[in-house]
Design a protein around this ligand. Structure first.
Ligand code: SF4
Ligand code: SF4
Length: 254
């Protein structure tokens, strides 16, 4: 991975057991306690499996710092939700080429991890200079194909895109034009993703930086031919963004 997460000269964590002990005290700042506890159980189970498999602690720490572990755990709980097929999924209005949710009005598109930013950039950089989603709608994600309205980074799309769902396409159309209609939202695995990511940040504090990134800046930069290191620098969030995003969840009606 091209991005550098570990701070030069930082002390290394002394093995997975030490990580698991530290996790007991880690906080997912801004996150409601029950979601923090769920994230802690998920992350501890992941670490326990890694320990049983004899995975090297250094590589594991790198995956925690890049957000790759948060991404994997969200993928796992997302698969569980999809297997249970809740009403939200049974009634989903989503279909290929329906891309109002790829119009990113606030210039962000959602918070993504370093691992996701690197994957997105890698998938899109070969398409630099081609017409992109912004030719369809000025606020659309640059990963979008302006003709077919399909995601050109589908396999590399981040958790925020994989979790978004709607039961009302007309609400999505309205919201893409600045409306505030009900009907769309995130699958529950997105809460796991944020909780594990916030815990990861606290767990790695003093050892490595767990940064978050602005998705729209990464996709636009990749299509505009900006190199990965520069794109990451441009897209890196201020550190408060993750905590604010977690706090928004705590403040939103259940
Ligand atoms: S979330 Fe809305 S805009 Fe996106 S695919 Fe589903 S229905 Fe279409
Ligand atoms: S990465 Fe793909 S799915 Fe996500 S907003 Fe961009 S075009 Fe849509």
């Amino acid at each position: 991975m091209a991005a550098k997460s570990a701070k030069p000269g930082a002390r290394s964590l002394s093995g997975i057991p030490a990580l698991r002990r530290k996790l007991l005290r880690a906080r997912a700042r801004g996150m409601p306690r029950f979601l923090e506890d769920r994230g802690r159980r998920l992350l501890d189970a992941y670490l326990a499996t890694a320990e049983a498999e004899g995975r090297p602690a250094r590589a594991l720490a790198g995956d925690i710092a890049s957000g790759a572990v948060a991404q994997k755990l969200a993928e796992m709980t997302g698969a569980q939700i999809r297997a249970e097929e809740p009403e939200q999924l049974r009634e989903a209005a989503c279909s290929e080429g329906c891309a109002f949710c790829c119009i990113l009005l606030e210039g962000d598109g959602g918070l993504i991890t370093e691992a996701e930013a690197v994957q997105l950039h890698g998938a899109l950089a070969p398409l630099a200079g081609q017409p992109d989603g912004r030719a369809w709608n000025a606020n659309a994600c640059a990963a979008l194909d302006p003709e077919t309205r399909l995601c050109r980074a589908y396999d590399a799309r981040p958790t925020v895109c994989r979790s978004f769902i709607s039961v009302d396409v007309e609400a999505c159309r309205e919201n893409a034009a600045g409306g505030d209609e009900d009907g769309s939202g995130m699958l529950g695995n997105h809460l796991d993703y944020l909780a594990v990511l916030a815990l990861s940040r606290d767990l790695m504090r003093g050892t490595a930086l767990v940064a978050t990134y602005n998705m729209q800046t990464i996709t636009s930069a990749a299509i505009d031919g900006v190199a990965l290191d520069k794109a990451l620098k441009q897209a890196r969030h201020k550190s408060a963004e993750l905590e604010d995003t977690c706090a928004d969840i705590g403040n939103s009606p259940s």
